[in-house]
Design a protein around this ligand. Structure first.
Ligand SMILES: Cc1ncc(COP(=O)(O)O)c(C=O)c1O
Length: 437
């Protein structure tokens, strides 16, 4: 299927594998709305939106206009040694989405990774409390400093920070309510983990790459309360699930706690590289020239982010995510009744997971089922990938602009793909070349 001179084959010849996370031979020439166009001209419905980055889909006119205008009259290229209007306005607009936080400031980066890394470094330096707590299965980024505070098995090659403590992220599908995690942390606070040495707790309000796990109700609130008693700061990593995707502007609001710091990325730029870290001035003004890269605050990326925020407002995309996400969730639950491979369907708004299992009663995770399903879905015209500590959870993070008709098409194709896999129509050889996650 992959011709020797195809774009995909040429990618194999010319581009390093270090940054590849491939599930099938997708090579793109363009995109429009919720669809991408591959090298053969085929239109595929994109249920991933490039891992959530294409929050407005592809080629949204407001985004295109904002980028073109900023590129035609750029206010410099960076925010390091000169400020510019767009950056100041964007910071104010982001802060306005968080009226519950007072005296906060915004730092701009390129990616979720650099935002989390900066949070970690700035908190440790400003508080003098170098220990951090994060969750097993957490993915906070792919740079040294963000991997240091992550807990995902896919990063087994990376060095964790020796001062990092990982705790379990309770999974309701596995019968976990989180009480054991709270007790365990109390025990650690009383023995090996002096809480006054802990700077922050890093939370994903839905653990995304760890398996799209929605935490048990009330668990995060209790955990936050416990940590706050010891002056531990709370960081909400909303890189994937924030900015309207969960059906609310900020995902932590589903959980009834307010973080001290918030990391945003991915969908913030609608496909352009920009991230933001929002936190109290005591942390964010700890030092100058402390966390910077030349093109941070780039005016074209800033303009894209402002357009994304504007369109989230004018097109009421949080409400759309809640409504279309509800339809998708229902469609997927209907599929679950038909397919023994589907163990669980979960999520909020337009961040949904479908857990595939080889034995539904025993809830046995199956990576081959996930790998074959996304491969077959691709052949049938649907793009989605899988995540999870066991690599068996299909992840749906489509554009926030997804329509009801597109959601219905997605469910239909996914159902067909799962049926094909259950009927043994996808061979082991077909997926052998794709390591996936
Ligand atoms: C919750 C979360 N935080 C941080 C990151 C890292 O973001 P990036 O890959 O843009 O650096 C990711 C990426 O998947 C993520 O899901």
């Amino acid at each position: 299927m992959i011709g020797a001179n195809s774009l995909y084959a040429r990618d194999g010849e010319a581009i390093s594998s270090l940054q590849k996370l491939r599930f099938f031979p997708l090579a793109l020439e363009g995109g429009n709305g919720a669809h991408v166009i591959d090298e053969t001209g085929r239109r595929l419905l994109d249920l991933s939106a490039a891992w959530g980055a294409a929050s407005l889909g592809y080629g949204h006119p407001e985004l295109v206009k904002a980028i073109a205008e900023a590129a035609a009259n750029p206010a410099g290229a960076s925010i390091l040694s000169a400020t510019h209007r767009g950056a100041v306005e964007l910071a104010s607009e982001l802060l306005a989405t968080l009226p519950e936080l007072e005296g906060h400031k915004v730092w701009f980066g390129h990616s979720g990774s650099d935002a989390n890394e900066t949070a970690f470094r700035a908190i440790a330096a400003a508080t003098g409390r170098p220990r951090m707590i994060a969750f097993r299965g957490a993915y906070h980024g792919g740079t040294q400093g963000s991997m240091a505070i992550s807990g995902h098995g896919v990063q087994a090659h990376a060095a964790r920070d020796p001062r990092l403590t990982l705790i379990a992220y309770p999974n309701p599908y596995r019968g976990e309510d989180g009480q054991e995690v709270l007790l365990d942390l109390e025990r650690q606070f009383a023995t090996t983990l002096p809480p006054h040495e802990v700077g922050a707790l890093f939370i994903e309000p839905i653990q995304s790459d760890g398996g799209l796990i929605v935490p048990p109700q009330g668990f995060l609130r209790e955990l936050v309360t416990m940590c706050r008693r010891h002056g531990i700061l709370i960081v909400s990593d909303e890189v994937k699930v924030g900015l309207a995707r969960s059906g609310l502007m900020h995902c932590f609001r589903h959980e009834g706690f307010t973080p001290d710091l918030i990391c945003l990325g991915k969908g913030l730029g609608g496909g352009l590289p920009i991230s933001a870290l929002i936190g109290p001035a005591a942390i964010m003004d700890h030092a100058t020239a402390f966390a910077m890269q030349t093109l941070h605050g780039n005016p074209v990326c800033v303009a894209a982010a402002r357009a994304v925020l504007r369109v989230i407002g004018t097109e009421q995309l949080a409400a759309n995510a809640a409504r279309i996400g509800g339809e998708l969730l229902q469609g997927l639950r209907d599929l679950r009744r038909l397919h023994p491979s589907i163990g669980d369907v979960r999520g909020r708004g337009l961040v949904l997971g479908v857990e595939l299992v080889s034995d539904v009663a025993a809830r046995t995770p199956s990576k081959p089922l996930a790998a074959k399903t996304v491969y077959r879905a691709f052949e049938r015209g649907l793009v989605l990938y899988y995540v999870g500590q066991n690599s068996n959870v299909l992840e749906l993070t489509p554009p926030l602009t997804l329509t009801s008709a597109e959601a219905a098409t997605a469910v239909r194709i996914l159902g067909e793909a799962i049926a094909d896999v259950e009927a043994g129509q996808v061979s082991d050889e077909a997926i052998a070349a794709f390591a996936g996650w």
